[in-house]
Design a protein around this ligand. Structure first.
Ligand SMILES: CC(C)(COP(=O)(O)OP(=O)(O)OC[C@H]1O[C@@H](n2cnc3c(N)ncnc32)[C@H](O)[C@@H]1OP(=O)(O)O)[C@@H](O)C(=O)NCCC(=O)NCCS
Length: 146
């Protein structure tokens, strides 16, 4: 397993797999701009040269002490092999070198797997926040120091 920096063209395979990897339609939440403008702080896991996971993250331009993780996904076939943990470890290291002291993320309140994963990664988890991004849809907020 190797982890490399993402490239703009990673958008092409990521947008093809996310609905299946999440088990619900989420591809509209990963527009190309995230890879075009945040590839240098985003990561891809490869196994035998094939991508099997990714993390899209960036340093907040408005809150420079905060690094934000927008999306993380691992191929269902390769879950529970600590690929997600390794992606987070690498992102935390990179965020520290950029001067960040906190990492934030959010997830849909129905995403129990994501909530359990983030707890294991040391994040504090907020109560569900109603209508966080759009009316009628609750999200939870994650944060941890690094
Ligand atoms: C969340 C996700 C990225 C985790 O990837 P992964 O490579 O399987 O996770 P890891 O193997 O690194 O697990 C790290 C820890 O989290 C725990 N964990 C991961 N997924 C879990 C789940 N669904 N339920 C409970 N615990 C979970 C693991 O048990 C492990 O704990 P441990 O190290 O104490 O044993 C993956 O399940 C996924 O892609 N889910 C769909 C996409 C998604 O919801 N992304 C998050 C929102 S953007």
């Amino acid at each position: 397993m190797t982890i490399r920096a993402a490239r703009p063209d990673d958008h092409e395979w990521i947008v093809e797999v996310v609905d299946e990897w999440w088990g619900r339609p989420v591809s509209t939440s990963v527009p190309r701009l995230f890879l075009d403008h945040f590839h240098s702080t985003s990561l891809v896991v490869e196994l035998d040269g094939e991508p099997v996971g990714f993390l899209i993250g960036f340093v907040s331009p408005s809150l420079p002490h905060v690094a934000y993780i927008h999306f993380v996904g691992v191929d269902p076939v390769h879950r529970a092999k600590a690929f997600g943990r390794q992606l987070y470890r690498r992102f935390f290291e990179s965020a520290r070198t950029h001067g960040c002291s906190e990492v934030w993320a959010i997830t849909n309140a129905v995403n129990e797997g994501s909530i359990a994963f983030h707890r294991r990664m040391g994040f504090e988890v907020s109560e569900p926040i109603d209508s966080y991004d759009r009316p009628g849809v609750a999200h939870v907020r994650f944060s941890r120091g690094i």
